[in-house]
Ligand binder design. Sequence first.
Ligand SMILES: *[C@@H]1O[C@H](CO)[C@@H](O)[C@H](O)[C@H]1NC(C)=O
Ligand SMILES: *[C@@H]1O[C@H](CO)[C@@H](O)[C@H](O)[C@H]1NC(C)=O
Ligand SMILES: *[C@@H]1O[C@H](CO)[C@@H](O)[C@H](O)[C@H]1NC(C)=O
Ligand SMILES: *[C@@H]1O[C@H](CO)[C@@H](O)[C@H](O)[C@H]1NC(C)=O
Ligand SMILES: *[C@@H]1O[C@H](CO)[C@@H](O)[C@H](O)[C@H]1NC(C)=O
Ligand SMILES: *[C@@H]1O[C@H](CO)[C@@H](O)[C@H](O)[C@H]1NC(C)=O
Ligand SMILES: *[C@@H]1O[C@H](CO)[C@@H](O)[C@H](O)[C@H]1NC(C)=O
Length: 399
Amino acid sequence: MRFSLYSFVAVLPVLATALPHPRTPTSVALRKRSGLRNADGSVNFDSVRAHMTSTERKFQRGSSAYAKNTGRSAPPTKRTNGSDPLTDGSDLLWFGEISVGTPPSTYTIDFDTGSSDLFLAGPKCGSSCLGHSIFNPNSSSTSKDLGQTFNATYGKGNAFGELYTDVVTVAGYTVTNQTLIVAEQYGEAFSDQTFPPDGLMGLAFQPLSGYDSPPVFLNMIAQNVVPEPVFAFKLAESGSELLFGGINADLYQGDITYAPVTQEAYWQIDIDSASANGQQLVSNISGIVDTGTTLFTGDSTNVAKFYDALNATSLGNGLYSLPCASFPNASVEIGGRSFALSSETFNLGPVSYESPDCVGGLVANDGLNGLWILGDVFLRNTYTIFDVGNSQVGFADLA
Ligand SMILES: *[C@@H]1O[C@H](CO)[C@@H](O)[C@H](O)[C@H]1NC(C)=O
Ligand SMILES: *[C@@H]1O[C@H](CO)[C@@H](O)[C@H](O)[C@H]1NC(C)=O
Ligand SMILES: *[C@@H]1O[C@H](CO)[C@@H](O)[C@H](O)[C@H]1NC(C)=O
Ligand SMILES: *[C@@H]1O[C@H](CO)[C@@H](O)[C@H](O)[C@H]1NC(C)=O
Ligand SMILES: *[C@@H]1O[C@H](CO)[C@@H](O)[C@H](O)[C@H]1NC(C)=O
Ligand SMILES: *[C@@H]1O[C@H](CO)[C@@H](O)[C@H](O)[C@H]1NC(C)=O
Ligand SMILES: *[C@@H]1O[C@H](CO)[C@@H](O)[C@H](O)[C@H]1NC(C)=O
């Protein structure tokens, strides 16, 4: 493959594997390579566009699942006041291992906080699942056929198959009766060429589940197997980790700032503002915290406002460039606190080899109904805590 969009899987160091239900938080090690640049360091525009398209598809899918499950037309994307009933795609980046069935078999899984379903390739899948490890529910004594098929669609990509329940173990925590799709067909977006892991696990809330069943982490909480109803990500060039059941105090420093989840579908929060060089350029925005999206995206009106204030050059397709030599320091304000984006994350790289102009990591995307996405470009700068118990997202500086 031309694009190097993929993360690299490290085997998870599971603590206390002998215990069925470890009572200490356990982690999945994650690693990735940045995939938005060519070998010469310049921006790979095809790759950036591929990421944007896959993000739009994922959002369309989330909207239709939400509509089906709640009877409302789409997850509200604007800021709402707290008392309202609160509320992927191809190029997904962070993955680790899980095991499924009895006896357990191991699979690599993309962990995605922007969706809620679980799928693996099944024995009837044939060529579209080539290269992925197959889960055969008929070889598992604990599998149960729900007698339904389901097509999880992601635009061009999809995972179609039969729904089963089975035992699923992640980082040493085991849940039973977990619904999953045993795929008979993977769309192009999930071919092993574009999607290296075997399957995908959504870590958002149930209203986004296409088959409307509790996502794995919510089942872990319901079945009382995790010590705390919290999971936390460090997404970085090295030492990335997803911790289930707690917060890893070694991976952050200083205080944690929390933002309430405004809508339990995605991990949706209010963002106070986005700034450059200490100046607030846009405010009053709502965003989702999404480990399954590479970029940092916003609606085109606000993104134009942001870059216009910096005299940036529009490159079309929602992208902007600025002089590399005086690239702005971008930050995002959440819960009254400013989180800086490092130049390594916010500056996507030169427009072309040795160009004096560099591409900004905030990208306009109107496929998302006004929502901003705090994807990888932002999340690589913070330790991020997904607190289901208190319905909030916490951000802290990396240690
Ligand atoms: C939200 O709530 C605040 C405080 O109660 C109120 O001042 C504001 O007008 C409300 N906004 C909307 C859009 O309802
Ligand atoms: C499992 O076996 C049953 C009975 O033979 C069959 O109907 C079903 O399709 C099989 N499931 C899979 C995923 O192969
Ligand atoms: C599932 O949906 C995808 C995308 O909409 C479509 O291309 C595919 O044919 C569907 N598969 C089945 C078996 O319905
Ligand atoms: C299994 O989970 C489903 C929801 O996915 C639920 O309706 C059902 O009651 C559960 N069964 C058991 C035995 O817990
Ligand atoms: C914030 O955004 C909402 C939704 O777009 C809008 O209704 C409201 O007027 C805005 N508030 C301010 C202060 O700009
Ligand atoms: C943008 O250009 C205007 C007009 O030339 C200038 O006044 C302003 O200082 C520039 N702003 C930045 C951030 O370069
Ligand atoms: C960004 O911050 C760094 C370190 O504080 C500073 O050296 C640099 O001048 C800043 N860049 C701009 C464009 O203000």
